[in-house]
Ligand binder design. Structure first.
Ligand code: DC
Length: 209
């Protein structure tokens, strides 16, 4: 079974998707980490971020993999920490916007997701990567709450600066952040992690019959 969890930055996707996968005993696939890892490698190799063809070729040659502990690996390097840098936050939409890059990444995401029961987190999972996913959820939350959540992950950065950054990222990610027509839209603004996980777990149970 595939559970697709999509939504914008700060909507709670990562926390919810990894907790849900743990609870269900499913694999957890973080597709944002894949775009981040490719951005890190492109920077290290000095590639121009506006060259979609070259970036797609880089992605094809160096498929991202995940260890059993969830470490993110590209070109033989564990980049789990580096891909969370503010610099990568800023650059990744420029890489993720190229259709050629998305094509390679989506292919890789489908093959990683096909290994077994998976919770796949991203922006376009229910709509494009796995349109036949058995459960599709699109998480939303109001902007102030999303900025507060990000500030908990990035202590030392002002909430106002994070709010501006979120707006910019929302604009750049908007075209690829689309709920599937049949996704359940879940507003997490006033919900705790456990409540969100619980309601998605109920959808999974209902689907299992
Ligand atoms: O969810 P995140 O912040 O780790 O995502 C990093 C970037 O990758 C962000 O700019 C959105 C983009 N992304 C995407 O375009 N499609 C996905 N399936 C996942 C992430």
């Amino acid at each position: 079974m595939i559970v697709a969890i999509d939504g914008p930055a700060g909507s709670g996707k990562s926390t919810v998707a990894s907790a849900l996968a743990g609870r269900l005993g499913f694999r957890y696939l973080d597709t944002g980490a894949m775009y981040r890892a490719l951005t890190w490698l492109a920077r290290r190799n000095g590639l121009a971020l506006d060259d979609g063809g070259a970036l797609a070729e880089l992605a094809r040659q160096h498929p991202v993999s995940f260890s059993a502990e969830g470490k993110v690996d590209i070109d033989g390097e564990d980049v789990s920490a580096e891909i969370r840098d503010a610099e990568i936050d800023r650059l990744v939409p420029a890489v993720a916007r190229h259709p050629e890059v998305r094509e390679v990444m989506r292919e890789r995401q489908r093959s990683l997701g096909a290994v077994g029961d998976s919770v796949i987190e991203g922006r376009d999972i229910g709509s494009v990567v796995a349109p036949s996913a058995e459960v599709k959820v699109f998480l939303v939350a109001d902007e102030g709450e999303r900025a507060r959540r990000r500030s908990a992950d990035r202590p030392g950065i002002e909430v106002d600066a994070l709010t501006d950054d979120l707006r910019r990222r929302d604009e750049r990610d908007a075209v690829n952040t689309q709920p599937a027509d049949d996704a359940v839209i879940l507003d997490t603004t006033e919900l705790g992690i456990d409540e969100v996980v619980e309601s998605i777990a109920r959808l999974v149970e209902a689907r299992r019959g």
